[in-house]
Design a binder for this molecule. Structure first.
Ligand code: S3P
Length: 449
């Protein structure tokens, strides 16, 4: 088993050669959900007793959050695998970090902690890697400032580095209409709202993933959801009580690679264990079903407000699909792997309203267009926020770039494995969310070349 530490250091920038495979078969235990792992550590650190987090994702992003909460005074005991015990100093017990918080590659660490820390009576500064310095922060700085937070950031409060000074008084609860459907923006505001005077409400254009609100409810916090609006009422300090155990479901965004691999690689049959199937995350299943995939969901169960199940998939004859609008936040991280599936589908796939992809770890609209066209020449076109993918065109061996984006690397690997193979540049960025990705693709496959 791989072992990890809270100070992971530099991720190596290695190339990987992926060979074509067939008969992708086996049972795969899906690693912990990235979003739930982040929130588990943050909320556990606001309690005053040990919280055991099982199936924690030891990817670099979640380790950035664990290290940040440790820097803010929580005790974080990590066994180097997937079990974490976090003990906070109580609801008002966060401490001023003595150094800059390095969010690494993680937008979730940075944006959610800006919300949580902006409400505290201390100074904090954030840094991150090159990709994170290019990602928009005004979307959280604006609403947090409207609550009374004092946040300063580069380029007129738009980009890292970010510094937050003590607000001098309690933040004010606000009603905020977010122009983007973003769980990171929503969660930053909800976390700040926990410590504000009065109720805080966020209205989104479409509903984004709701892990924060579910976990807040499991800590005894009053939240009210109605349509695309969610409110939080600040708890009295001793009402806030995280559960003793947070069981992190398997990440459907990681399971997505194997749902698609099994669908497009002939002779495949996989069972994915313990996958989170929160309805705000299952757009990938809906779209693959529309495309003709064979997906069978079994053994549904609930833990800590999150639903999980086992998912069985076998090879299918896929056809193209068109989707956009409110579907996009339900599969925002799965668009690169859906694009891979579309390369192997009969007809055209059209993905609309995907503009948020331009501000992910890399510009994913550009990366999908440029790099998938190397695997299936002429297959992908982009027009503004729309991707148009022609399926079943001839494939080629290609040297492709991940641009240091974990989801691009994994999606290119699956497409290459189903096509003629590829060499992926900067392939080890999969450590951000799925350190065992290559081990899994190798163990489960039958090599034919
Ligand atoms: C996340 C929300 C999504 C997603 C990211 C994780 C979260 O971002 O892309 O990987 O944990 O809240 P946005 O909500 O900003 O789209």
């Amino acid at each position: 088993m791989l072992k990890f530490s809270l100070t992971a250091g530099l991720v190596k920038q290695m190339n990987r050669k992926i060979m074509p495979i067939e008969n992708f078969c086996g049972e795969i235990k899906i690693p912990g959900d990235k979003s739930v792992s982040h929130r588990g550590v943050m909320l556990a650190a606001l309690g005053d007793k040990p919280v055991r987090i099982t199936n924690f994702l030891p990817g670099a992003d979640c380790l950035s959050t664990a290290a940040a909460m440790k820097a803010a005074g929580a005790k974080v005991e990590f066994d180097g695998t997937t079990s974490l015990i976090v003990t906070g100093n109580g609801f008002n017990g966060l401490k001023e970090p003595t150094n800059v918080i390095d969010a690494g590659n993680s937008g979730t660490t940075l944006r959610l902690l800006m919300g949580l820390f902006a409400a505290q009576n201390f100074f904090v500064a954030f840094a991150g890697d090159e990709s994170l310095t290019k990602r928009p922060m005004a979307r959280v700085i604006k609403p947090l400032s409207a609550m009374g937070a004092k946040i300063f950031a580069r380029a007129n409060n738009k980009f890292l580095p970010v510094a937050i000074t003590p607000p001098g008084q309690k933040l004010r609860g606000i009603t905020y209409e977010s122009p983007v459907a973003s769980a990171q923006v929503k969660s930053a505001i909800l976390l700040a709202g926990l410590f504000a005077e009065g109720k805080t409400t966020i209205v989104e254009p479409y509903r984004s993933r709701d892990h924060t609100e579910r976990m807040l409810a499991s800590c005894g916090v009053k939240t009210e959801q109605s349509g695309n609006s969610i409110s939080v009422t600040p708890p009295v300090a001793d009402e806030f009580s995280p559960p003793d155990l947070i069981e992190v479901p398997g990440d459907i965004s990681s399971a997505a690679y194997w749902l698609v691999a099994a669908s497009i690689i002939k002779g495949s049959h996989v069972t994915l264990k313990n996958v989170g199937i929160n309805p705000t995350r299952t757009g990938i299943i809906d779209v693959l079903n529309n495309m003709g995939a064979n997906i069978n969901i079994k053994n549904r169960r609930t833990s800590g407000g999150e639903i999980m199940a086992d998912i069985e998939t076998t090879t299918a004859k896929l056809r193209g699909a068109t989707f956009g609008g409110d579907m996009i936040p339900r599969l925002i991280d799965e668009i690169p792997i859906i694009a891979a599936a579309a390369l192997f589908a009969e007809g055209e796939t059209v993905i609309k309203d995907a503009g948020e992809l331009r501000v992910k770890e890399t510009d994913r609209i550009k990366a999908i267009t440029d790099e998938f066209n190397k695997i299936s020449p002429g297959a992908v076109k982009s027009e503004g926020d729309t991707l148009i993918i022609q399926g079943n065109l001839p494939k080629a061996f290609a040297k492709v770039k991940s641009f240091g984006d974990h989801r691009m690397a994994m999606s290119l690997a699956v497409a290459a494995a189903a096509a003629k193979g590829a060499e992926i540049e900067d392939a080890d960025c999969v450590n951000i969310s799925y350190p065992e990705f290559y081990e899994t693709i190798i163990n489960e496959r039958t090599i034919i070349q």
